[in-house]
Design a protein around this ligand. Structure first.
Ligand code: HSE
Length: 424
């Protein structure tokens, strides 16, 4: 009989995901042995105090609060970092890699901002760094990008990379509630944090977009190059108009690459009701990958939470049962950034109801080479004011910025109330 492979793990952090991982490894022990001929042993748990281990029914002797202890232990093969945040996780991972330990992490902020240098440290020390769980929880999007499309060229990735905002937008769409009401509910349910900034302003989704763009395009995508707009300005009125026009508003992370130029953004989008992404509801995540030959492939699943994230972490750990190197650990080319985003727009503005107003606005669009696809005039609470809704054809963010600058100064325009991308 073949010898059972022993994978000895030091776990950093016994929080929500850490506990999920401990449960998974226990519950799936026989399955893992059967599939991989391996046994995963948690040999150390790095925590602030040992009581946490005991409360979770774990042996107090596994406790350590010293990275030196972990790095100096020849018995430890893999360090699993589930502490989150950039510091001190970065320093802990660096010390583990320098000690030649393989590392698995779910830390998106860290991988987005410092992934390149950590991968270099790993390579220099003959170690491997894996981080499937950093993007979209249980959805195997990193592995899909790494191991598939090998003969194809990826043109774009786009998706719902944040469950909290998708929960809020779904609730606003289905129940007609305001952003503020839905945020409160998301906080009560534990989806949104008391300071929800990272989720609602698109920052969390941008971290994930940055990591995935590197795999999709082989380019050194930078977080700073991603334009970010969140969902705080979305109103029930925009959601209703979107529905009338056959769209659903979603917060999408989008990266496109054409002619070696990269375009990346996170913003709300009118998604056609015919597209899969319009149907992803609640806290679910999804990523649509578009290959030159494959066309669109969409992965959907749970993007956060104890068990889904633990599943992705366990997947990375099992790589080491087969001594697989990290094929995705390639050198990245410098990204040439596209200055402008290319998209269609939905605009809602409040205008005075007088002759010549519409033609004046249409002229500003024309002067900026923006073609109008459709116009709707809607009533407003004030009888002298009308809501003017315009959907444009494909244009650039630069042209739109110039047009908006003129439009917002036109005397007939009371306010520009909404500017949202339309998926075209
Ligand atoms: N807060 C994130 C979300 C999960 O709501 O999807 C962690 O990235």
């Amino acid at each position: 009989m073949a010898k059972i492979k022993q994978l000895n793990v030091a776990l950093l952090g016994l929080g929500t995901v850490g506990k999920g991982l401990v449960s998974l490894l226990k519950e799936n022990e026989a399955e893992i042995l059967n599939k991989h001929g391996a046994k995963v042993n948690i040999v150390k748990i790095f925590e602030r105090n040992a009581d946490k281990l005991e409360k979770f029914g774990l042996d107090r002797n596994l406790f350590t609060d010293s990275m030196e202890d972990i790095c100096g232990d020849k018995n430890v093969d893999i360090v699993v970092e589930l502490l989150g945040r950039i510091h001190p996780s970065k320093e802990y991972i660096e010390s583990a890699l320098r000690a030649g330990k393989n590392v698995v992490t779910a830390n998106k902020d860290l991988i987005c901002m410092h992934g390149g240098e950590l991968l270099k440290t790993a390579k220099q020390n003959g170690a491997v760094l894996l981080y499937e769980a950093s993007c979209l929880g249980a959805v195997p999007v990193i592995n899909t990008l790494k191991n598939n499309f090998l003969g194809d060229e990826i043109k774009s990735i786009k998706g719902i990379f944040n469950g909290t905002t998708n929960y809020i937008l779904t609730k606003m769409t289905q129940e007609g509630l305001s952003y503020e009401e839905c945020l409160k509910e998301a906080q009560a349910l534990g989806y949104a944090e008391s300071d929800p900034t990272n989720d609602v302003e698109g920052i969390d989704a941008a971290y994930k977009l940055c990591i995935l763009s590197r795999f999709a395009f082989g380019l050194d995508a930078k977080f700073e190059d991603i334009s970010k707009k969140g969902i705080t300005q979305i109103t029930p009125q925009d959601i209703q108009i979107a529905a009338r026009l056959g769209y659903t508003i979603k917060l999408l992370a989008i990266a496109k690459c054409g002619d070696g130029k990269l375009e990346m953004r996170v913003n709300p989008v009118f998604v056609s009701n015919n597209h899969q992404l319009s149907k992803i509801n609640g806290a679910f995540n999804a990523c649509t990958i578009e290959g030159n030959y494959s066309d669109e492939i969409t992965l959907i699943g749970r993007g956060a939470g104890s068990h889904p994230t633990a599943s992705a972490v366990a997947n990375d750990i099992m790589n080491f049962a087969h001594k697989m190197g990290d094929v995705g650990q390639r050198s990245l080319k410098k990204a040439k950034m596209e200055k402008d985003g290319h998209m269609k727009y939905y605009l809602r503005m409040s205008v005075t109801d007088r002759a010549g107003i519409l033609s004046g606005i249409a002229k500003i669009f024309g002067d900026n080479k923006i073609s109008i696809e459709s116009v709707i005039q809607d009533k407003n609470d004030n009888p002298d004011i009308k809501s003017l809704i315009i959907v444009t054809h494909m244009t650039t963010s630069g042209s739109m910025a110039k047009a908006l600058e003129k439009i917002s100064r036109a005397p007939s325009v009371q306010s520009v109330d909404s500017v949202i991308e339309v998926m075209g």
